[in-house]
Design a protein. Sequence first.
Length: 297
Amino acid sequence: MDLSALSDFNLVAGHGGFGRAARASGRPKATLSRRVSELEASLGTRLIERGGHSLRLTEAGALLHARTGPLLGEIAEVGASVGGGLDKPRGRLRLSAPLLLSDTQLGRVAATFIRAYPEVDLEIRSEDRFVDPVDEDFDVVIRVNPKPDERLVGRCVLRDEQWLVAEPGAVLPEPLNGSDVVDLPSVVRSLPRPGETWCVHGGRDRRSYRPVPVLRLSSLPTVRDAVVAGAGAALLPRSLVGSDVAAGRLTCWGWLEGPPTELWALYTSRRLVSPKVKAFVAHLADALAGPGGAVPS
């Protein structure tokens, strides 16, 4: 496959037409059309449906563009890095992150990152869904307690405990009638499972609570606001409520038994890890460990 013709095809596909690609690149439209035709002939398949005023990729063309466009971008990035310094982060960096992290941390992290690395074009997509970094062309995906994936490698950037919190004036309930389990008016996101208990450590003490929902809310920041307002107790991530506890807006009655929640920054193992990815992952880990973030366990 002629890499020069492939580059021209991706230029046309990326701009959505021969005319727009010609204007953006300063190259003749006829030249681009000829080069794409040559690529189609060498591959023995049509890549672009011509006609009308719009360009439409065939199924083969869409697949070729999706699989080779990012690779050619990486080749260009490596060339620019060699010419301008191998360790200098630059170029587009696409990140997918969960909503909670985006709403509470990533605005600050992104602002300090682009100040430190002004040649990086950072784009963050916030969504609570499973993102495929290869098919959807993300450089980094952030996942909570990710399952092993042979295509991905990365770094744990945060270990986060679940804290049982309430407003400062709330009275910690005591067991009744000799029971080891305490009924606890709680703000929750989903109804507890039948028989569910929260086993909580608080210093040397260990207590078990049976959550009794008094309010159901859809997001963790909203749950936190309701607890601050005195609606009840809740299990919430330390990273979300640590500053509230430190400021006296909430009191912590202990932390949930079990391993902490892990937040991982992942990237594809088939790609050369670029300076921009290395720089962002290191910056994110440092930011989450510093003031305003949660200190990893």
